[in-house]
Design a protein around this ligand. Sequence first.
Ligand SMILES: Cc1cc2nc3c(=O)[nH]c(=O)nc-3n(C[C@H](O)[C@H](O)[C@H](O)COP(=O)(O)O)c2cc1C
Length: 309
Amino acid sequence: MNLDLSVSFAGIKLKNPVLSASGTFGYGYELADLIPLQRLGGIITKTITLEPRAGNPQPRIAEVCGGMLNTIGLQNIGVKTFVEEPLEKLSKIGTPIFVSVAGFCLKDYVETVKILNAQKGIAAIELNLSCPNLKKQIVCADLPLTKAVIKGVKKASKIPIIAKLSPMITDIAELSLIVQNAGADAVTLANTYPAMAIDIKTFKPKLSTVKGGMSGACIKPLTLRCVYDAYKKIRIPILACGGITTGEDAVEFMLAGASAVSVGTASLISPENIIKTIDAIEEILENYKIRKVKDIVGRLCKGKDNDRC
Ligand SMILES: Cc1cc2nc3c(=O)[nH]c(=O)nc-3n(C[C@H](O)[C@H](O)[C@H](O)COP(=O)(O)O)c2cc1C
């Protein structure tokens, strides 16, 4: 069968719906010797900020059952260095590049996005409105700030804007709608879940900041629910992110309404997992005799009273 894995996401043509998730894949080019990066649907860079950041003190990661905790704290080289080196290497890969951006106020976001807009080779900007590892509260918990950031950034950007939200919100579907109405071109659902672990040999927390963000297979059902709820309420596309480790996981998220998916912690287990995910989606489509992957998006909801279920 002549399979078609391509999807159009916020106006960007992706050869398949599988991207690397921010922060779990370096700036995006470092794994070139290990896996064929041109096979990916897209690469989402580590989050960058206006100024470089050292991140949080060690220890910054801990394993938990079915996943991990991290408190990296947005360590990065800053946007000016990013556009000098990593971006140049990334743009040579031939895979759409999504640059993840965070800030501490409206001005940070807008300035960073302006610098990125002056560059070539960026397909989209993912606004990280949801980093749980900073002393300040997450941006998307502050609705006026969230709306101001999206409106401000949209005005400054000709590149599509994807808002990455936290699942730690009372109603993720409502927040997704607010973000859509503020002008976002798509949403990423979702970032990590605040969590902690204690070392019983030392009676101390396993992370320097006590709490961190939980990711990996253990969060998949939680984030799947977020995608399902949001899909019913919004019209902009959803990029799912949460525990996706296999092609089966990816298909589940697409059935619930995701137009594309991103693989995070699974790439830390093995960089090949992202390639295996793409291959497995192909096999599943073949088994069920479905030619176009885009035909499964939101399939769970089709045929119900409400057109989105
Ligand atoms: C070590 C690590 C670093 C991360 N850094 C970032 C980051 O810089 N920006 C961001 O938006 N998300 C970051 N994340 C969150 C992931 O992009 C993703 O949203 C989350 O891990 C859930 O997906 P997963 O279960 O597939 O890992 C990080 C996650 C991990 C494990």
